[in-house]
Design a protein around this ligand. Structure first.
Ligand code: FES
Length: 104
């Protein structure tokens, strides 16, 4: 049995609109992304050639891989264009006061 639990990873002020921040929790490196008035959390790992995504362009709810340009939907993790076909891992986000929490 593995119940998901929420872990505090950053303050809301750390991730203003249009910004992203890399955090690590439970040995998982993830990117917090503030876009479309919402905070998303995804694993910092492209599903194509396993490169880091955090330097990629982010806009309108997606992030682009800086290596080959695949874009991913930050809410679902789904790949939006080649060369990636598989989704990236996403994490549930909860805002508690001024703190961003992520389910791991
Ligand atoms: S490593 Fe990300 S698209 Fe190729």
């Amino acid at each position: 049995m593995s119940e998901k639990s929420f872990v505090a990873v950053a303050k809301l002020d750390d991730v203003p609109a249009g910004a992203k921040k890399v955090v690590e929790t439970n040995g998982i490196e993830m990117i917090l992304c503030n876009t479309k008035d919402q905070i998303f959390a995804v694993r910092n790992l492209c599903s194509h050639a396993h490169e880091a995504l955090d330097c990629g362009r982010m806009k309108n709810g997606w992030i682009a891989c800086p290596v080959h340009g695949a874009r991913f939907n930050l809410e679902t993790g789904a790949a939006m264009n080649p060369p990636a076909t598989l989704p990236i891992e996403t994490f549930e986000v909860r805002i508690s006061g001024d703190t961003i929490e992520v389910a791991v």
